[in-house]
Design a protein. Structure first.
Length: 151
């Protein structure tokens, strides 16, 4: 494929990514959250023993952003005060309060159901292909960027 065609395809991929992110942002706003706080809530909801380091790695958010969201969730009664890990006292375990667990379940199950329904509409075969293609593109992009390879 020639470079102009590749650039158009890349632009389409990025535009779709932005539009998907905007959908999540709109959903976050509808439940009284920011996009960033929805991402953090999602990570906390999916991770068994979660720390700020895990959230930073999975979200790609800076430490200050994650810390601000965690403090806000603690103030709102969504999270308990942080507790030191026995294995590493520098890291603190982040856990939901009972209220926070129900709060997160309500929000995350709704978005999870929407995601499942949207993928089901695509069909299992195409959904798997989509996932595989995105993973392959990501791996290729990572290889090119990390090795500074040029086409």
């Amino acid at each position: 494929m020639n470079k102009p065609k590749l650039i158009k395809i890349s632009d389409l991929i990025l535009a779709n990514h932005r539009e998907i992110s905007e959908l999540y942002s709109e959903y976050a706003k509808s439940v009284g959250l920011t996009f960033s706080s929805l991402v953090v809530l999602s990570i906390l909801w999916k991770e068994k023993d979660c720390t700020q380091s895990i959230i930073m790695k999975k979200s790609c958010f800076p430490k200050q952003t994650v810390n601000t969201i965690i403090k806000s969730f603690i103030k709102q009664g969504i999270l308990n005060e942080l507790t030191e890990l026995k294995s590493d006292k520098r890291n603190k375990l982040i856990k939901f309060t009972d209220f926070g667990k129900k709060y997160a379940d309500d929000i995350m199950l709704e978005i999870q159901n929407a995601e499942c329904y949207a993928l089901d509409m695509v069909g299992e075969k195409k959904a798997r292909m989509l996932s595989d293609i995105i993973a392959e593109y990501k791996n290729n992009l990572k290889l090119v960027i990390n090795n500074k390879q040029r086409i």
